[in-house]
Design a protein around this ligand. Structure first.
Ligand SMILES: [Zn+2]
Ligand SMILES: [Zn+2]
Length: 318
């Protein structure tokens, strides 16, 4: 008899010892290659968009099986002249029976920085592109009991599983690769700002992902962005320069810390060692409220000064 954990074979190991393109303080003055291609192992390729091509600097993942390949996310740039994504991915695909392997494109979620590159693949005959929004995205993969259940994507000798991880975005999914033990977490879990749209769904997703991974070996958790430096500081929103980025990979421990972090969240901002919880709408409201208070205080101060001046003027004319 084998336990569930023993049923999984040892993951193929890979390398993450790479310096990602840090962008530049002045991208116009220092042109950058738009796309960095890094083989984690021969059949698993990480593509990183330069912060100079788009400040989101997305990570995309290409997993190659013996019958077809899977691309997770297409990044933030649609224009092939600025970001030769389709060409790069097709060049990476091996051939079988005289033709390139078919490609399936799936998305962690429907935010534009994860799907803008879809346009480059739309007219290619051997490429299928999964929808990004519910219910089409769930139907496409066969996640009928959303957000429960596991969908299986067979690449030929390599199986990738998809689970629902909404909370950042209603259609968010994460993907587990049985070959490498990599868990691709999109914007659900990354070394940077976790932008919370629905905190109850987010907490349920964290618990669901932890439960799903319990019986599976986890080599690394790889998200869609890096927004923290080695010193722990977050880069300003929109920054095209990421000096001294911290590593991309997170661990099972980081995922296991997420439910408690969400439970203790004050609804605005909370700093944790490897991620930041943030509510973009409430952040904006807080900033707007601060601006209104400052404005009201300024008007009060100006009116007071004018009144005093008038009183002084009246006193001297009497
Ligand atoms: Zn997002
Ligand atoms: Zn994103």
């Amino acid at each position: 008899m084998t336990t569930a954990a023993q049923a999984w074979s040892t993951p193929v190991t890979g390398s993450l010892g790479v310096r990602w393109n840090a962008g530049a303080p002045d991208c116009a003055a220092t042109p950058q290659p738009p796309l960095q291609v890094q083989a984690y192992e021969p059949q698993t390729v990480i593509l990183r968009q330069s912060p100079c091509a788009d400040f989101e600097a997305n990570f995309l993942y290409l997993l190659i099986g013996s019958d077809r390949a899977l691309l997770i996310d297409t990044g933030a740039v649609a224009d092939p002249d600025r970001m030769p994504l389709a060409k790069t991915v097709l060049d990476l695909l091996p051939s079988k029976d005289g033709a390139k392997l078919p490609l399936l494109i799936v998305h962690s979620h429907g935010h534009a920085d994860h799907r803008a590159g879809d346009a480059q693949f739309a007219s290619l005959p051997s490429v299928r592109i999964a929808p990004t929004e519910l219910p089409d995205a769930q139907t496409f993969l066969g996640l009928g009991d959303w957000p429960n259940g596991v969908a299986r994507i067979d690449l030929g000798g390599r199986s990738v599983e998809a689970i629902a991880t909404p909370g950042h975005h209603p259609s968010h999914m994460s993907f587990y690769d049985g070959r490498t033990g990599l868990f691709f977490s999109g914007d659900f879990l990354l070394p940077g700002r976790l932008l919370i749209d629905d905190i109850d769904a987010y907490r349920d997703s964290a618990l669901r992902a932890a439960e799903f991974l319990k019986a599976r070996p986890v080599a690394h958790i790889l998200g869609g962005h890096i927004e923290l430096g080695l010193d722990g500081q977050a880069y300003p929103h929109g920054a095209q320069h990421h000096p001294r980025e911290r590593p991309l990979q997170l661990s099972r421990q980081d995922l296991l810390a997420l439910p408690a972090a969400l439970d203790g969240f004050n609804g605005f901002y909370a700093r944790h060692p490897t991620f930041i919880l943030s509510n973009p709408v409430r952040d904006l409201l807080a900033i707007a409220a601060g601006v209104l208070v400052l404005l009201a205080l300024s008007i009060y101060a100006v009116r007071g000064a004018l009144r005093r001046r008038r009183q002084r003027a009246q006193a001297t004319t009497r």
